[in-house]
Design a protein around this ligand. Structure first.
Ligand code: NDP
Ligand code: GDP
Length: 324
């Protein structure tokens, strides 16, 4: 029997890699497509899978569209990756962030409860929920302390997932994923902003790179590795919550050093700290402990930060080169 999956956020970084993984496993993949005035399928095209997904128009802010998507797809597995996912924007659009990232999760869980209660559910939770960290290495038992409207909204999404699991017996799991990047990462996030700038500087199209807090530390992994953990969570007999991380943390400064060195440049000659990119409240350091994911799911990260940044710089050199 062909398995059917419904993926919200299918046009995003993780949605694209997850859809590719599921198609490779023989799934029928349905993707919720939010209406936009511009074409949003560039990632799916880069992976060569845009023609293989069955799109259903809908929006996480529109509960009726979620119900329709559930009924239409008859999904066995639902992956909720759709979100206003950029922390900095969440201070500019706090209500939208809450509507989509918090209440949108309830909308989708309600649709499952009413129309497809045997469907398995994955919620894209985030290390941003740890925010002002309460333990040196964060795991599934570390208390949360979100530091942005995004983190607060995602914490609601996390707890409503736990609550629907406990209230209604849904097979609902929450993956607490630490930052993960790839050549398909949005340009507003710091790794991709840096690798794109490195390519432009190397090819003589830009001279400097303006960044905010370069002392912040993140536990960065490769998105292609992380979507495997999402799938594994839904293959378990019992739903649960898992931290997915590499267990290594690096400053933005050292990540810049790696990226510039990949093309033989020194980051100190190009990076300028610009307070315009500072945030109203910062998450200074994140460092995950993925021991449970390794023990229960048999999941391990396979890509080092140097490999990841190298892959991103190479892709951006190709893209910027094509623009010339
Ligand atoms: P992206 O920003 O790349 O993708 C977000 C996706 O959500 C896009 O497909 C976007 O559609 C869609 N979307 C936005 N608003 C709505 C809406 N109102 N209704 C339906 N869909 C919507 O994020 P990632 O792929 O990086 O992340 C996937 C998920 O994982 C997100 O929920 C994110 O918050 C979470 N997460 C990500 C981490 C990371 O490091 N990448 C870490 C931990 C959690 P469109 O293309 O049309 O804008
Ligand atoms: P986040 O962890 O989800 O907020 O992912 P980002 O990639 O947006 O940011 C990671 C860290 O890099 C945060 O601590 C930011 O404050 C820091 N940072 C420093 N300069 C920049 C910048 O110019 N853009 C972004 N996006 N982040 C920056």
């Amino acid at each position: 029997m062909t398995k059917r999956a419904l993926v919200t956020g299918v046009t995003g970084q993780d949605g694209a890699y997850l859809a590719q993984l599921l198609l490779g496993k023989g799934y029928e993949v349905h993707g919720l497509l939010a209406r936009r005035s511009t074409d949003t399928k560039w990632r799916l095209r880069e992976l060569g899978i845009d023609g293989d997904i069955r799109f259903i128009e809908g929006d996480l802010a529109d509960a009726a569209s979620l119900q329709r998507a559930l009924v239409k797809s008859q999904a066995d597995e639902v992956y909720n990756l759709g979100a206003q996912s950029f922390v900095a924007s969440s201070w500019d659009q706090p209500l939208l962030t809450g509507t989509v990232d918090a209440l949108g999760v309830t909308g989708l869980l309600e649709a499952i409860r009413q129309f497809k209660p045997d469907a398995r559910f994955y919620q894209a939770s985030t290390s941003e929920m740890f925010g002002l960290i309460q333990a040196e290495r964060q795991d599934e038992n570390t208390p949360f302390y979100p530091r942005s409207p995004y983190g607060v909204a995602k914490l609601y999404g996390h707890w409503i997932t736990v609550n629907y699991r406990e209230s209604f017996g849904l097979h609902a799991s929450s993956g607490i994923l630490f930052n993960h990047e790839s050549p398909l990462r949005g340009i507003e996030f710091v790794t991709r902003k840096v690798t794109d700038a490195v390519a432009r500087i190397k090819l003589g199209k830009q001279r400097e790179l303006r960044l905010g807090n370069i002392d912040a530390k993140r536990d960065w992994g490769f998105a292609g590795d992380y979507v495997e953990a999402m799938w594994l969570m839904l293959q378990q007999a019992k739903p649960a919550d898992y931290v997915v991380a590499t267990g290594v943390t690096t400053t933005v400064r050292d990540m810049c050093k790696i990226a510039f060195e990949a093309v033989g440049l020194n980051y100190q000659d190009h990076v300028v700290v610009d307070p315009a990119f500072f945030r109203p409240a910062e998450v200074d350091i994140l460092l995950g402990n993925p021991a449970k994911a390794e023990r229960v799911l048999g999941w391990k990260p396979r890509t080092s930060l140097v490999e990841l940044i190298g892959m991103m710089v190479e892709a951006d050199l190709r893209r910027v080169g094509r623009e010339q």
